[in-house]
Write a protein that binds this ligand. Structure first.
Ligand SMILES: Nc1ncnc2c1ncn2[C@@H]1O[C@H](COP(=O)(O)OP(=O)(O)O)[C@@H](O)[C@H]1O
Ligand SMILES: [Mg+2]
Ligand SMILES: [Zn+2]
Length: 248
């Protein structure tokens, strides 16, 4: 009789373990919160440790990056040359200090230097630290604004996509010719973000001097927002896209 009882209990316990293992987090059973009693003996919801991880994953889904781009991490950025190590270190430091500085990051210079790669790596690290980030290609951003300009409500909604995100990565900034209308859009976006202390990650083939010379009001705001987080790849930088052809 006793052994039957033990057997029954063991079965029951095993089935409980099975149910527990159906959850990613057994502590809160994927609810995101656990309940504790406060000093007045009232039950209060306390965020579980798994919650910020879950929120990061949600942020990753909404950040605008394709699956290919999600592989452009610090881990996959190879440092064969000193300038690459220096750039990687600087981008990593930008992420590490982000919670304190709330700074922007500017990646400027030669094509194929790894600007987009490091910008995305930084963005992915910030998302992992539960900071919302949004990726947009400069030309797509300008085109979408131009397409929505006839309908004011639509235009405001479109503008909000670039003004509201906590961090916005504009890739290939100032690529191609810019018209006075483009400058007006860019100024509104940069200035709104500047006034709201909302950082930008920017990659551009233009140098800081080019950007300042092109429009000082926009350039000087970007420089101020970035502080020491300006990475410049000079003309001697090799194009990573062509490295195999060059070695042969
Ligand atoms: N140091 C590096 N390690 C690994 N891959 C790199 C490195 N630098 C560039 N790449 C890769 O080379 C390609 C071009 O780099 P990318 O970041 O797009 O250049 P840029 O934006 O400066 O024009 C991308 O596929 C990128 O992942
Ligand atoms: Mg690029
Ligand atoms: Zn949990």
């Amino acid at each position: 009789m006793k052994s039957q009882l033990i057997e029954k209990m063991e079965k029951l316990m095993n089935s409980c373990q099975f149910v527990e293992s159906n959850y990613d987090c057994s502590k809160c059973r994927d609810f995101g919160y656990t309940f504790q009693l406060d000093s007045n003996n009232h039950e209060v919801a306390v965020p579980c440790q798994c919650l910020s991880k879950k929120q990061s994953l949600e942020k990753l889904k909404k950040c605008g990056l394709t699956e290919v781009f999600k592989k452009k991490t610090f881990a996959t950025y190879v440092c064969e040359k000193p300038y690459q190590a220096k750039a990687k270190h600087k981008a990593f430091k930008f992420c590490d200090n982000f919670a304190l500085t709330n700074s922007s990051l500017l990646l400027c210079g030669s094509p194929g230097a790894g600007k987009t790669h490091l910008g995305i790596a930084s963005m992915l690290k910030l998302i992992n630290d539960n900071v919302s980030c949004r990726y947009v290609e400069y030309n797509n951003m300008i085109m979408s604004l131009k397409q929505s300009v006839m309908d004011e409500e639509n235009f405001i909604r479109e503008m909000d996509k670039y003004i509201n995100p906590r961090v916005l990565f504009i890739d290939d900034f100032l690529k191609g010719k810019t018209t006075p209308t483009d400058i007006n859009y860019i100024y509104r976006i940069v200035n709104s973000r500047y006034l709201k202390s909302k950082p930008l990650i920017i990659s551009s083939e233009k140098t800081i001097e080019d950007i300042l010379g092109w429009d000082e009001a926009i350039g000087s705001r970007l420089v101020e927002m970035a502080g020491e987080n300006i990475i410049n790849f000079d003309k001697n930088t090799s194009n990573y896209r062509l490295r195999k052809n060059m070695q042969n």
